[in-house]
Design a protein around this ligand. Structure first.
Ligand code: KG4
Ligand code: ZN
Length: 346
């Protein structure tokens, strides 16, 4: 790349939900700094409180940018562009990042590129594994999303399936709440599931018997509640909780793996990218690894920090777009929904 490479040193900013993250990415490849601050305040409420999330972003962002630059050993004037998540997400949270990015970029006289959060998840594996082959299938599973997408290249996507109700992570969080396990529920259910019997309860494998790649997880949450009916309220017997966690997790994982295999078959893709906070799940990783190995499919799972919401993936997709000459117009704004985000979806 020439010394005028617009992606020479990109500041990435992610504030779409309840994690504030800042990254400094060099040459669209090397993370020179990467900070993620999970907002603990939401634990007190058993879920994300949008108003508190935007306030926390506002407080955290300026010192985090300063610290990321210091860790990267870079001065603000050395930045060549700013990549910021502009959609989808909590609009009050997105606005904080977008407004900050525009003001900071204006002061430095550098461009801003608006990045779609889901698109960034689709490519997050490329930070550690290189760009990889197309077409690829990507499964994004988080607290807000369950998306199965055929990735034909940057900006070329075919949506294969999505959840019709709760996201996979949301189901984990709701079941954990019902079991009296606190928030977020995924990590604790993942841990407890390893100590329980996966066949103790015969929970449904939602939508697995139907064609297509859509998901539905709200029925599973109800199935767990029904199983608890004769047991009153938490706290429950630890052995019962472990069995419920293991049986619930087995149903979720079998469904996710089954739909991934269907998507790979339909598209003929030989690469599967995983992203989103639920990608941290040990059972999901293990089952997908077995299934992909048996079929000669390259499974690309980012490290834990890059699975969850992070600015590294935002900087990466921003850098790719900058190299195509794509920068945001001055009126770049936050958009809450995927549909309104301008991402080319077919
Ligand atoms: O991507 P993420 O950090 O934030 C968004 O939702 O955008 O994902 C958080 C979600 C939460 O629902 C959390 O319970 C879930 O990911 N999660 C897990 C695990 N770790 C986090 N779910 C299952 N197993 C895990 N180990
Ligand atoms: Zn996310």
């Amino acid at each position: 790349m020439s010394p005028r490479d617009p992606a020479k040193l990109v500041l990435g900013i992610e504030t779409s939900c309840d994690d504030t993250s800042v990254a400094v990415l060099e040459d669209a490849r090397t993370l020179r700094a990467h900070l993620i601050a999970a907002q603990d305040v939401h634990r007190l409420y058993g879920g994300i409180v949008p108003e508190l999330a935007s306030r926390a972003h506002l407080e955290l962002l300026p010192p985090m940018v300063e610290r990321a630059l210091a860790e990267a050993g870079a001065k603000p004037e050395q930045l060549t562009a700013i990549a910021v998540t502009h959609a989808p997400g909590l609009v009050g949270s997105l606005v904080v990042g977008v407004a900050f990015a525009k003001a900071y970029a204006a002061a430095l006289g550098i461009p801003v590129v608006g990045v779609n959060h889901i698109e960034a998840h689709l490519h997050s594996a490329s930070l550690e594994h290189g760009e990889g082959e197309y077409p690829a299938v990507a499964l994004i599973v988080s607290g807000g999303h369950t998306e199965l997408v055929e990735v034909k290249g940057l900006g070329e996507y075919r949506w294969l399936g999505a959840t019709l109700d709760d996201a996979a992570g949301e189901a984990y969080d709701k079941v954990a709440k019902r079991l009296g396990l606190g928030f977020p529920g995924g990590p604790v259910i993942d841990r407890l599931a390893a100590t329980g019997r996966a066949d103790a309860f015969d929970f449904p494998r939602p939508m697995l018997d139907r064609p297509g790649c859509d998901f539905s997880f709200s029925g599973l949450k109800t199935a767990v509640s029904v199983a608890l009916k004769s047991h009153g309220e938490p706290p429950y017997d630890p052995a019962l909780v472990a069995d419920l966690a293991a049986s619930f997790q087995a149903a979720v994982v079998e469904t996710l793996v089954g739909k991934c295999l269907r998507a790979l078959k339909e598209t003929g893709a030989r690469t599967l990218n995983l992203g989103g906070g639920v990608a941290a799940n040990r059972a999901l990783r293990a089952r997908l690894a077995e299934a992909c190995e048996a079929r000669g499919v390259a499974l690309r799972i980012p490290s834990l920090r890059l699975c969850a919401d992070n600015a590294g993936m935002i900087a990466l997709v921003g850098a790719w777009r900058l190299r195509r000459g794509e920068v945001a117009p001055p009126e770049l704004d936050a958009a809450a929904s995927l549909e309104a985000s301008g991402l080319p979806i077919t």
